[in-house]
Design a binder for this molecule. Sequence first.
Ligand code: 13P
Ligand code: SF4
Length: 342
Amino acid sequence: MITTNHTTAEELYETLKNIKVTGSVCQYSLRKCEEMTPLINEIRDLKEKKNAVILVHSYVNPEIIYGVGDYVGDSYGLSKNAMETTADTIVFAAVRFMGETAQILNPEKEVLIPGLEDGCSLADAITAERVRALRQEFSEYTFVCYINTTAAVKAECDVCVTSANVYDIVEKIPNDKIYFLPDELMGQNLVKEMAKRGVAKDVRYFEGKCYVHEEYDTEQIFKIRTEYPQAKVVSHPECKPEVCDQSDFVGSTSQMLQYMETTDAHQFLMLTECGLSARLQKEFPDKHLVGTCTLCRYMKSNTLEDIRRVLTNPTPRDRVVIDKEVVQRAKKCIEAMFEFSA
Ligand code: 13P
Ligand code: SF4
């Protein structure tokens, strides 16, 4: 039996004890840690046995991030981790489009997705067929897709972007006609940001929305600012433009964490999924959250039990399988992102 990488319930509790997000859903007692520890250690053994790596998005439950995860981050960072790993198997605890991105970058590796609800309201908003029709209508435009799209959609587009690099990449694209998809709110934020930077671009965008981020409004911000005048408001570019305008910082989930780490403030209103609030409580215990956060049902469908299942007995649905021709075309679109970011 492999025991070198095991944790104890006490160590796990020490790691997770400061996390208190969304009532009892995300709080850890020593008892709860005692119950989770055997499964966490079993997964750690399975990882070694299979030469597997577990990539975890920041929105996923903390016992996965801190119990079994090898890398945690935003979509951009995780796709770089996926590109660089030497493991034979990648378990992607996030949503399907992220697992697909890992598979496109590693066609020879096995990529497994434990989440049983692995969709995303943005990735589900547009099909490859619709992109083909749009390309006919807007034939002079460069098609830029958000990473929150399926492999089939990426295969129809020119450049992929994430929330961490969307503005910089669009600014660098030589064509001044840009069709951005599928996020309408990020598209509106993109138009505003290009105008702010003095970059003349004709930007059109599709009408998808993230059901988590579209909920936030300026009322919440005004209320919090009245109650906590020192609080910094931190939001994601999937939020409405008026919400981003009223925020102190807007960025990808990793950039949001970095902002909190490097700013002197102690109170933060985080307008994003609760997983990031949990990471803030774990990693910066002297900083405080004000207001509430929201859950993404897709990210939260990842469980330790399902990670064990995909590592021991994966079903065909757990394995990411993408048509070879789609992989080749989607890879060009993702590689264009890395080239523009270099
Ligand atoms: P990040 O790339 O900023 O982590 O965003 C991913 C996502 O799905 C946000 O809703
Ligand atoms: Fe998709 Fe929104 Fe969930 Fe992110 S938070 S995975 S964009 S549904």
